[in-house]
Design a protein around this ligand. Structure first.
Ligand code: ABN
Length: 181
């Protein structure tokens, strides 16, 4: 009888020990498997990365989105040299508060892809405040070295104003260029 009791107790202890060890081990194995599976599957899940694409300047379909008035490659900025007033509290055609348009300006010719025409653009600086420092654009189509007087745009056009402090540059359409035949 004593032997049977001892055998019962022994068997029960072993069974319980085995059961608790097995479940702990299998739980650990399960967690390990889950971690490995997560590491392999998360990078290939279909995350929405459209905001990153937009920030990089790409719209839907992987094409670059149309330039706007705060982008250097906006068509009418083709010959600009300065900070865009559209990034400085003004717009592409108006000076920010506290500044006045320069009395003299550089005139460039830019192609408008929307209507296929070439336009004369007057790049007037806005004067009376220190440098805006935002959206510096230097596209310079038609610009020639400084010794080609009158064909060089790297000039402070505020020179003839009461204040010669340069703040930013506007881009005003002043005419349509005639076609060469
Ligand atoms: N037209 C913009 C500018 C201002 C100061 C110096 C160089 C160019």
């Amino acid at each position: 009888m004593k032997l049977l009791q001892w055998l019962d107790a022994f068997t029960e202890r072993r069974s319980r020990g085995l059961a608790s060890q097995t479940s702990r081990r299998s739980a650990l194995v399960g967690v390990g498997r889950l971690m490995v599976a997560t590491a392999f599957t998360l990078p290939v899940l279909p995350f929405d990365r459209s905001s990153q694409a937009l920030a990089a300047g790409h719209g839907s379909g992987g094409h670059k989105s149309e330039p706007t008035e705060t982008d250097c490659d906006y068509w009418r900025y083709c010959a600009v040299d300065g900070f865009l007033c559209s990034c400085c509290g003004g717009s592409a055609t108006s000076c920010p508060p506290g500044t006045t348009p320069s009395k003299v300006a550089w005139v460039g010719t830019c192609h408008n892809p929307a209507d296929g025409k070439d336009y004369l653009i007057s790049y007037n600086d806005c004067c009376g405040r220190g440098s805006c420092g935002r959206c510096l654009c230097n596209t310079n189509v038609g610009d020639r070295p400084g010794y080609r007087m009158g064909k060089h745009n790297d000039i402070n056009w505020c020179m003839a104003n009461d204040s010669s402090s340069f703040h930013c540059t506007t881009s005003v359409i002043v005419g349509v260029a005639e076609k060469d035949d």
